[in-house]
Write a protein that binds this ligand. Sequence first.
Ligand code: SF4
Ligand code: SF4
Length: 289
Amino acid sequence: MKKIAFASGKGGAGKTTLSLSFHAFLKESSLFADCDVDAADAFLLMEKELVSKEPFYSGKRYSIDSALCVQCGSCEARCSFDAVQLIEGTYRIDPFRCEGCGSCIDVCGVNAITEENNYCGDIYYSTTKKNSEMFYACLTPGEDNSGKLVHLVRKAADARTKELDLDYLIIDAPPGIGCPLMASLTSVDLLVVVIESSKQGWADALRLLELSQKMSISAVVIINKSGLNTETDAAVRAFLNEHTIPLAGEVPFNEKVIAQLNNKELLWDSEDLQKELLPVFRNVKDVLP
Ligand code: SF4
Ligand code: SF4
């Protein structure tokens, strides 16, 4: 099984639309994992039927039972994060301030503070419109630890790809170069860096290319929406040439992309766009180690 991740270092570069189309190009021999858990959107274009949903818990959530609380104020004094607040005569714990250290429990003499697993989102497993399967997850707004959630999506997707004896796992990686991205790149065979034809797109992708070198991950580049900024396109080509990083191809800016997305269809489902994507995807497949 080969694992191929699509990343761009930023949002909006087109990695999701390209990775979904690449998945369609590979036909039923691949499984899709959307690891962008803070803004999962691949399912909007690809999901056929939801098969299962698992809750994701991370850390602990604390609350005060006002019926038991005798208002001694010890927990408020103990909390270093000002998470315990007296509001309208009742002690409460603000979940956005609480760091989950648990020390308020230790000082409450009447056991009025309870601790429970913190629900942070869900992991989904679905069939797709392309006769394949996909995993994705949605993190509850305001929750952190998306790296752990990405790890769980990857774990489930890796296991299912092995179980079905598929040839490829396609990963839509999150933006940035932080913990969620690192979790999505674990043990990948190839990183497809989607560079948007813009100054910012190139600046963010450059950090990603540096990271791939540090992590010793083979990388190949697609310049997306090429022609929007010809100076950037030229700078990217020159950099790749100088550093012997393969360029799989360029996908010119095309307004048909917007029409496809508005119709909830993959770029691959448009005959014209498919013609543009086909040589690029073949090149990606050819550089697989
Ligand atoms: S768990 Fe820690 S941070 Fe949260 S309210 Fe209690 S003492 Fe404050
Ligand atoms: S320590 Fe317990 S009893 Fe005292 S204010 Fe906090 S919750 Fe209430």
